[in-house]
Design a protein around this ligand. Structure first.
Ligand SMILES: NC(=O)c1ccc[n+]([C@@H]2O[C@H](COP(=O)([O-])OP(=O)(O)OC[C@H]3O[C@@H](n4cnc5c(N)ncnc54)[C@H](OP(=O)(O)O)[C@@H]3O)[C@@H](O)[C@H]2O)c1
Length: 324
C-alpha cells in the first residue's frame, strides 16, 4: 500500500472507495454493454459504481450487481453505489420519488450516495429534457436550500446513506453550508476535473470544509470526437510520465487525482481498460511528477455534449470556468 488510500472517509463517517467506475454512456451504445462492463468492473475489484437516474442504465447496473451478489463475488455492503437526483425532480415533493425510481430499477433498498446532479432545475414531468414548442429547454425555479432539505429527508428515510452535490461552484456550496437549520452537511461535490481542468481553487475550498471532491472526466471524458480541443491522453507530459513509470497515460491521469486527495471516476466498456484502471494503486508519482502534472492545467472544460446547452445557461459556469 502506498500513499494513495483505497478508501476516503466522508464527513458523515462513511467511507467512499477512491476509484469509482463510471456508467455514463452515449445513447447509441446498447444498455447491455453497461451491464457487462459493470460485471467486469466488479470482478476486477472495483467497488464504487457511479450512476444517475438520467443515464437510464440503472436497470442494467442493478442486474450486474445482483448477478455478482448471487455468484458470491460481493455482498451489498461491499458495493458503494451513487445515484443522482435529476433536474426535473427538484421540487421538494419530487426529490424522494426520483430516488425511489432509481432504487426500484436497481432492486436495492438504499444507495450509498445521493447527489443533486446539477444546481439547475427543469420543469417536472416525464421528459428528461423538457422543451417548449420552440425546442427551448424549460427551466424551473427551485431554491437550492429547499432541494437540500428534500435530500436530507431521503437520508432520514434510510434511502441514502450519504448525501452530496455535483457541478456546484463555491458560492452554491456555501449556500448549503450556511443554510439556517442545516441538518446534514454535504459530503462531496462531483465535478469535471482532469489535468487540463485541475480545479485547484475548488479543491482547496472543499478540503477546507471537509468536502470530498469527486472527479469526473478524469480521462478526458467521452468527449465529442468532432471537437478540436486537445486530448489529455495524447499529451506529451502525460506521455513522458507514462514512459517513466511504465504505465499507461490513463493510469498517470487517475493516479494524479488520487494523490491530490481526489476521489476519481473512470468509465470504460472495455475489459482491458477496466482491469487496467484498478492498477492505479500499484505505483506512486513523485512530488516532481505531481508538479509537472499541476502545470498542465489550462482551465479547459469538456462539457458533456447532451447538456451543453443547459450548462451554457448555468450561471455557475461563467468566465473563469473554475466554479469560482
Ligand atoms: N456528475 C456529472 O455531471 C457527471 C458528468 C459526466 C460524467 N460523470 C460520471 O463520471 C464518469 C466518468 O466520466 P466520463 O464518462 O465522462 O469519462 P472518463 O472516465 O473521463 O473517460 C472515459 C473514456 O476514457 C477511456 N478510457 C478509460 N479507461 C482507459 C484506459 N485505461 N486507457 C485508455 N483509455 C481509457 C474510454 O474510452 P474507450 O472506452 O473508448 O477506450 C472512455 O470512453 C461517468 O461515466 C459518470 O459516471 C458525471
Amino acid at each position: 500500500m502506498n500513499s494513495k488510500h483505497q478508501y476516503v472517509e466522508l464527513s458523515d463517517g462513511y467511507f467512499i472507495p477512491a476509484l469509482g467506475f463510471g456508467t455514463y454512456k452515449p445513447e447509441e451504445v446498447p444498455n447491455c454493454k453497461t451491464k457487462e462492463a459493470t460485471k467486469i468492473a466488479i470482478e476486477a475489484g472495483l467497488r464504487h459504481i457511479d450512476c444517475a437516474y438520467v443515464y437510464q442504465v440503472e436497470e442494467e447496473v442493478g442486474l450486474a450487481i445482483r448477478s455478482k451478489r448471487a455468484d458470491g463475488t460481493v455482498k451489498r455492503e461491499d458495493i458503494f453505489y451513487t445515484t443522482k437526483l435529476w433536474s426535473t425532480f427538484h421540487r421538494p415533493k419530487l426529490a424522494q420519488s426520483c430516488l425511489e425510481r432509481s432504487l426500484k430499477k436497481l432492486h436495492l433498498d438504499y444507495v450509498d450516495l445521493y447527489l443533486i446532479h446539477y444546481p439547475l432545475s427543469m420543469k417536472p414531468g416525464e421528459e428528461l429534457y423538457p422543451r417548449d414548442e420552440n425546442g427551448k429547454l424549460m427551466y424551473d425555479t427551485v431554491d437550492l436550500c429547499a432541494i437540500w432539505e428534500a435530500m436530507e429527508k431521503c437520508k432520514d428515510a434510510g434511502l441514502a446513506k450519504s448525501i452530496g452535490v455535483s457541478n456546484f461552484n463555491r458560492r452554491q456550496l456555501e449556500m448549503i453550508l450556511n443554510k439556517p437549520g442545516l441538518r446534514y452537511k454535504l459530503v462531496c461535490n462531483q465535478v469535471e476535473c482532469h489535468v487540463y481542468l485541475n480545479q485547484k481553487k475548488l479543491l482547496d475550498f472543499c478540503k477546507s470544509k471537509n468536502i470530498v471532491l469527486v472527479a469526473y472526466g478524469a480521462l478526458g471524458t467521452q468527449r465529442d470526437k468532432k471537437m478540436s480541443s486537445p486530448v489529455p491522453l495524447e499529451d506529451p507530459v502525460l506521455g513522458a510520465l507514462a514512459k517513466k513509470h511504465k504505465r499507461s497515460l490513463a493510469l498517470i491521469a487517475l493516479c494524479y487525482q488520487l494523490q491530490r486527495g481526489v476521489v476519481v471516476l473512470a468509465q470504460s466498456l472495455k475489459k482491458n481498460e477496466i482491469k487496467e484502471n484498478i492498477q492505479v494503486f500499484d505505483f506512486e508519482l513523485t512530488s516532481k511528477d505531481m508538479k509537472d502534472l499541476d502545470g498542465m492545467n489550462r482551465n479547459l472544460r469538456y462539457l458533456p455534449y447532451k447538456i451543453k446547452d443547459i450548462i451554457a445557461l448555468m450561471y455557475c459556469f461563467d468566465k473563469q470556468d473554475e466554479y469560482e
